[in-house]
Design a protein around this ligand. Structure first.
Ligand SMILES: [Zn+2]
Length: 230
């Protein structure tokens, strides 16, 4: 079943950013692990976002490189989290082996230790930065939504600066600064202006992170439909 829309307004020239390439130093152990809590809810939401074209892989988007990823804290109080694997964007329904455990993340040293049958998403450092901000955050979702991203200003969304690319130490610092600035006090979503279409949401459950994304998507679509009618 292919219901992911590949129609887009992207400018291919801007897509040389090499989405999906791991930029951090990875110490990965190729070994299966048993998550403490089931991934059912997380995985169901990932499939929803896949069907909406917010997570995926598509020939005319980002040079056919997978985009979007999802994670969940291993258990309350833990620094470890489970994240979808790199280059799994083309799979509608992930299996347990497509997830990976981030055992230790040091965003400012650009280092990750992980365990699993696949390697962690290239954007795991950003996930790690967000978990480090509050123990209440239990889930993080990164999607690519052209509408939310384009409407960052109109929706008054917090954002990281346009000169900061994904998966870098600079992004880790930018995310930390975003939280320290107080701009995230009433928000659980932000856009990455230096990462085309990049949006990140988080919450105390996968569901709350997902609902915020869906809400902002509907608002962004509303703004664009209204301006099309004017
Ligand atoms: Zn991305």
């Amino acid at each position: 079943m292919d219901i992911v829309s590949c129609s887009n307004n992207h400018q291919p020239d801007k897509m040389r950013e090499q989405e999906g390439v791991i930029k951090y130093r990875l110490d990965h152990r190729q070994q299966s692990f048993n998550p403490a809590s089931p991934l059912t809810g997380l995985n169901a939401w990932r499939t929803v976002f896949f069907r909406l074209g917010l997570i995926g892989q598509c020939v005319d988007r980002y040079d056919n490189i997978g985009f979007g990823n999802i994670s969940q804290r291993l258990e309350p109080g833990s620094h470890q989290f489970i994240v979808s694997g790199t280059q799994t964007g083309h799979i509608e329904q992930l299996k347990p082996e497509h997830y990976c455990l981030v055992v230790k993340a040091e965003p400012e040293k650009n280092r990750i230790q992980s365990l699993g049958l696949c390697k962690p998403s290239s954007e795991s450092l950003t996930h790690a930065c967000i978990y480090a901000r509050s123990p209440a955050i239990q889930a993080v979702i990164h999607v690519h939504s052209p509408e939310i991203w384009r409407q960052t200003q109109a929706l008054n969304l917090p954002h990281t600066p346009p000169d900061i690319p994904y998966g870098t130490v600079e992004m880790a610092i930018a995310v930390k600064q975003l939280f320290q600035s107080g701009n995230m006090r009433h928000a659980s979503i932000f856009t990455m202006l230096g990462h085309e279409d990049g949006v990140v949401s988080f919450g105390n459950t996968p569901q709350s992170a997902a609902w915020e994304l869906i809400k902002q998507l509907s608002l962004a679509i509303g703004i664009e439909q209204q301006s099309n009618n004017e």
